[in-house]
Write a protein that binds this ligand. Structure first.
Ligand code: PAF
Length: 279
């Protein structure tokens, strides 16, 4: 596996792949890779002649400096995992390589069509501007045939699908299902920050989400929404930031469960965890 640090080397490598007529898969990540990432990457390796994985903790999508500072980083461990999966190219730039000082300090403007007005967008102002900024840059640099994103960050996936349409990117966006521990806990790089006790507490998030599938059979959307919030908040050590049941495409509130998804954000101690479930 070749490790690429600069945009110039990345572009040369992409040009060589294109010249040889190779299909390109891109998996953007922020590192601290786990089995959830591995599932996207295996899919890309399987679907494409070459796979590029980016590992870049993108400063412009963090609206909380402490969260950025504490985000887990271990490039050598990530590189080993990627090379074992059969990845061809790892792109791991510095923030200074990725952005000009101006780009770093101005908000990237994008028309989200309302997709950013709810849930994560409401709680983390500017977050999706940063995500679109970095992912659009990666799409321009790598020109992939396919881009792979996890369904755990469901709103992000919806926004990237919109970005593809609005910015006329010619690629396929592949959404991949959430990977869970045996306990049900959705895999996340942030889980690394949980103690063993907090991990056991956090399992209740997915337990309640799955139980809500049954509860929803005899209750309305708003009753189910409130029930999930109450059940999770009843667990010592968990605090719900929001639970919204929305349309899977528009992310707007729904009146019934057809084509609905429930998206939750919960604080487990200081760690902010997200999860979702389709009804
Ligand atoms: O989901 C992530 O890890 C990040 O938001 C992404 C897509 C790599 C952009 O920085």
């Amino acid at each position: 596996m070749q490790i690429i640090k600069t945009k110039a080397e990345l572009q040369q490598t992409v040009a060589a792949c294109k010249q040889q007529g190779k299909t390109i898969g891109l998996v953007p990540t922020m590192g601290a890779l786990h089995e959830g990432h591995a599932s996207l990457i295996r899919r890309s390796v399987n679907d494409n002649a070459v796979t590029f994985v980016s590992v870049f903790v993108n400063p412009t999508q963090f609206n909380n400096k402490e969260d950025l500072a504490k985000y887990p980083r271990d490039l050598m461990r990530d590189a080993e995992l990627l090379s074992n999966i059969g990845v061809d190219f790892l792109f791991a730039p510095t923030p200074e390589e990725m952005y000009t000082p101006e780009e770093m300090n101005t908000t990237f403007e994008f028309d989200f069509g309302g997709l950013d007005q709810v849930m994560e967008g409401k709680m983390r102002p500017g977050h999706f501007n940063g995500v679109v900024q970095v992912v659009s840059k990666l799409f321009l640099l790598v020109q992939p045939d396919r881009g792979y994103f996890g369904e755990k960050d469901y709103q992000q996936l919806a926004i990237i699908r919109r970005m593809k349409e609005v910015m006329h990117f010619d690629l396929q966006i592949i959404g991949c299902p959430i990977v869970r521990e045996k306990s049900g806990l959705a895999l996340s790089s942030r889980n690394e920050r949980l103690s063993q006790g907090e991990k056991e507490t956090a399992v209740n998030i997915s337990r309640v989400l799955f139980a809500s599938l049954d509860y929803a059979k005899a209750h309305s959307v708003s009753e189910t929404q409130q029930w999930v919030i109450d059940q999770i908040n009843a667990v010592e050590g968990l605090e719900v930031e929001y639970y919204e049941i929305v349309d899977q495409t528009t992310l707007q509130p729904v009146a019934d469960f057809s084509h609905a998804i429930g998206c939750v954000t919960v604080y487990c101690g200081p760690v902010r965890l997200i999860d979702n479930i389709k009804y």
